[in-house]
Design a protein around this ligand. Structure first.
Ligand code: GAR
Length: 203
């Protein structure tokens, strides 16, 4: 058995509940083929950075607005990722757009969690509560979450895993968001991280 673990960088912008689910999975032995070694936030006030600190994991803030350009932003990201010797990048509620050249450089090394069943309610402009607003507006009875590889098409990369969640009468976007997180995202993402990490280390 291979004892090397994939070195994982988690990129975040907000509360970091998906980051927390990955950290918990590591503690609980669900994630054994990889370890989170770096957390990068594109916002200084992201609570996810607090979660990283509590878990004793290095956290870094790289905000695009202070970098001046997309290129400079991605240069800083790349430097931090290389310095960390990152094997796998997990986008866990990371809201900055990454360029085609960036994602091509890390082909099959970036995964993302999206809070709907792709190809529904995905692509440019669909993030966070907006996804659940759209699902409720369309009146779907089933929604869910998807983990996928990231390529140059927003939410267009190969699907790794999906889980369905029921929409219930009287749901608001906030209630639905929470149910999708509890019943799908926090289960699906750590498992997908384990699957991809295992592939990377060849265990
Ligand atoms: C999650 O619901 C995640 O699926 C979504 O943002 C939320 C982040 O929550 N991501 C997207 O919408 C990406 N298009 P968290 O910070 O508590 O993990």
């Amino acid at each position: 058995m291979n004892s090397r673990k994939a070195r994982i960088a988690v990129l975040v912008s907000g509360g970091g509940t998906n980051l927390q689910a990955i950290l918990d999975a590591e503690k609980e032995g669900i994630l054994t083929s990889g370890e989170v070694t770096l957390v990068i936030s594109d916002r200084a006030d992201a609570y996810a950075l607090e979660r990283a600190k509590k878990a004793g994991i290095p956290g870094k803030e790289i905000a695009k607005k202070f970098c001046g350009s997309q290129e400079a932003f991605e240069q800083k990201l790349t430097e931090a990722l290389e310095e960390n010797r990152t094997d796998l990048i997990v986008l866990a509620g990371f809201l900055s757009i990454l360029s085609e050249s960036f994602v091509k450089h890390y082909e099959r090394r970036i995964i993302n969690i999206h809070p709907s069943l792709i190809p529904s309610f995905c692509g440019a402009g669909y993030y966070g509560l907006k996804v659940h607003d759209a699902a409720l507006a369309r009146g779907v009875k089933i929604t869910g979450a998807t983990v996928h590889f990231v390529n140059e098409i927003p939410d267009g990369g190969e699907i790794i895993a999906q889980k369905a969640v029921e929409v219930e009468p009287g749901d608001t976007s906030e209630i639905l968001q929470r149910r999708v997180m509890e019943q799908a995202e926090w289960i699906l993402l750590p498992r997908a991280v384990e699957t991809v990490s295992r592939e990377i280390v060849g265990a």
